[in-house]
Design a protein around this ligand. Sequence first.
Ligand code: APR
Ligand code: ZN
Ligand code: ZN
Length: 361
Amino acid sequence: MTQQVRAVVARGKGAPVSLETIVVPDPGPGEALVKIEACGVCHTDLHYREGGINDDFPFLLGHEAAGVVEAVGEGVTDVAPGDFVILNWRAVCGQCRACLRGRPWYCFSTHNAKRKMTLTDGTELSPALGIGAFAEKTLVAAGQCTKVDRAASAAAAGLLGCGVMAGIGAAINTGNVGRGDTVAVIGCGGVGDAAIMGSSLAGAAKIIAVDIDDRKLATAKKLGATHTVNSKEVDAVDAVRELTGGFGADVVIEAVGRPETYRQAFYARDLAGTVVLVGVPTPEMKLELPLLDVFGRGGALKSSWYGDCLPSRDFPMLVDLYLQGRLDLDAFVTETIALDEVEKAFERMHHGDVLRSVVVL
Ligand code: APR
Ligand code: ZN
Ligand code: ZN
């Protein structure tokens, strides 16, 4: 059996996305069919459309989503029809070296649905990050579904599926921010702002937001930053040191993905502090550092991949904090849009006008 639904498809490199009818098969063994309720627009969707990830067009975009399980395939026991779930793009395998050594957040043998969704002419679709949730329904591996409290709004919950989790996790999982720590966050887009919230949740004493855009700094302050630095006007490293008694921050989180901000992150931390790199650089970017500084400053240089999250542990916990009023996920939802407005949302994202546009179905 199959069914037809509406979905946002990127047909070719750089071409505007279009609303299409797609064919979704029933879930096979280990798979789940999910009725999507909300899906955030992320930079990675735009990268797919621009051919920056790979050339497997046509893509079914969208990967930051929440919805309700409609049907499950053979052998699925962790989720059932009717469950409200957040989708994740890393269903861990449980068998690789990383999984067996207790570091499943480094599992690179992740799995997705095997059955293919197609256009009505039979052309196979490539779901973005193995999800493809700018669609009324999508087919995923059951392990990509994490059940959370139904009381949460789908728009807010879905954001935990990607960018917001990446930022919160950079602070609480990778950076291990603790009570009383000083934290600097360089780059205050959706990811950096989430890192600010995560740091605040973890009990940081000082949270210094660094950005080149005053609008971003104003939002960062609303979301929990205690101090702001416009690094277009002053030297970021000097400013962070000044605000931390001359030492530098215990944890510096880089959420831009550029050599100059990686360098700032390296020098803005205290001796023996931790640098967390969450901004994704491009392949040609390089950074030269004096080895004596790497050696002499000690501490840790870490990268954070999907916030080093474990969906089964982190999604329900963060949804609960949200429902208790301790984590303002709604603050990330700048606008809710319809399925046919994704192209417009890309434009707004490009201009830095929004934290998140969220498609609500
Ligand atoms: N110094 C400080 N801030 C900067 C600089 C700079 N040189 N250049 C850009 N910024 C700021 C922008 O003003 C913006 O507020 O960085 C922020 C980037 O935010 P977004 O473009 O909204 O990106 P976001 O979704 O937050 O992702 C940030 O994390 O996961 C990665 O791939 C993602 O590399 C990206 C990064
Ligand atoms: Zn694994
Ligand atoms: Zn994303």
